[in-house]
Design a protein around this ligand. Structure first.
Ligand code: GDP
Length: 309
């Protein structure tokens, strides 16, 4: 039997829930995952890639599913010592997690690219899916607010997404080139799935990497997405505020408008059934299902529904 190849576009927490379900029903080896790296940040002198780590720990079955990030059974001794030295008391990184950041930073010093490092970390953690950063070049999301310009992680964690969004900048995105094989995977994948991630700062950044969006528009009929917005609300995070900033409706319809150029199929939550016709008028096939992934069974059910479409 030939096996299908699935290419996923992913952010962090929302994507990881879907990937958790998917990796439980199909062989991980058939998954290629392009991950947002515009949330990456250097703190305590360490290179931290929040979305890559969430996806990697999920596939390695090490993730803390309750929190949605970091390792299970984690301790925070090193972090509490670090806060004696650094004036940074808002970022959470456990001891085991810090080991990943130390290792990544060491490999960066030794000249490895982000793509190579991701490969090495995945193989050492027993991950069989191919996980790749959206690009090797550093890209950083900054949110301009009335209290100043904030790195996305600072806006999200330290300021709990409270400051008004004046502008969003994907710094250096114009220098970003797709990681190796990404364009080939877009061409060859049987199905491309855009995870239920933040459309603007997780998926929008990947789309901003040279040629990725154009390549997707050429294979629109095999591009599927799951809406991260349910009944006009985000499950978590600032997707609502960012959609508003973009001038888009805070709904599955707003997300569909943003993806319209390259989206062939859209799974929206059954609570949003009334939006189906309006979204179909954009030329997108729409399906409704329970997209709230509150436990492993629901994650698996949604993943199965999407791959069976
Ligand atoms: P982040 O980078 O950690 O913020 O994670 P992502 O960008 O991958 O995901 C954030 C998005 O996931 C938010 O817009 C949430 O609304 C969405 N999300 C989280 N959990 C769920 C869920 O169970 N179902 C759906 N449909 N969306 C979810």
């Amino acid at each position: 039997m030939t096996e299908n190849l699935y290419l996923l576009l992913a952010g962090g927490v929302g994507a990881a829930k879907f990937i958790d379900g998917l990796a439980n029903i199909i062989d991980q080896k058939n998954l290629k995952i392009i991950v947002n790296t515009a949330d990456d940040i250097i703190l305590f002198g360490l290179h931290i890639c929040p979305d890559l780590d969430i996806i990697t720990y999920t596939l390695a079955d090490l993730i803390d599913r309750k929190k949605g990030w970091g390792f299970r059974n984690e301790s925070f001794n090193c972090l509490s010592r670090l806060t004696h030295f650094y004036d940074v008391n808002w970022f959470n990184a456990g001891d085991k997690d810090l080991a990943t950041h130390i290792y990544r930073s060491d490999l960066i010093t030794r000249g490895f690219t982000k793509e190579q490092i991701t490969n090495i970390i995945c193989s050492k953690l027993g991950v069989e899916a191919s996980v790749m950063p959206m690009c090797n070049e550093p890209v950083q999301t900054y949110i301009e607010t009335p209290i100043g310009e904030l790195h996305f992680e600072e806006y999200y964690i330290k300021y709990r997404c409270e400051p008004e969004i004046v502008n969003v900048e994907f710094r250096d995105i114009e220098k970003a080139k797709p990681a190796k094989n990404v364009l080939q995977y877009i061409k060859n994948a049987d199905k491309i799935i855009i995870c239920p991630s933040n459309p603007i700062v997780s998926i929008g950044t990947i789309l901003g990497v040279e040629r990725i969006k154009k390549a997707l528009t050429e294979v629109k009929e095999k591009v599927y997405a799951i809406s991260p917005i349910i009944a006009g609300k985000t499950v978590k995070g600032p997707a609502d505020k960012l959609l508003k900033w973009k001038g888009l409706e805070v709904s599955s319809y707003g997300v569909a408008k943003y993806y319209q150029e390259f989206l062939g199929h859209f799974v929206i939550d059954e609570q949003d059934k009334q939006l189906q016709t309006k979204i179909e008028e954009l030329g997108i096939n729409v399906y409704t299902y329970n997209t709230i992934m509150s436990d492993l069974d629901k994650k698996k059910a949604l993943a199965k529904y999407v791959i069976d479409l």
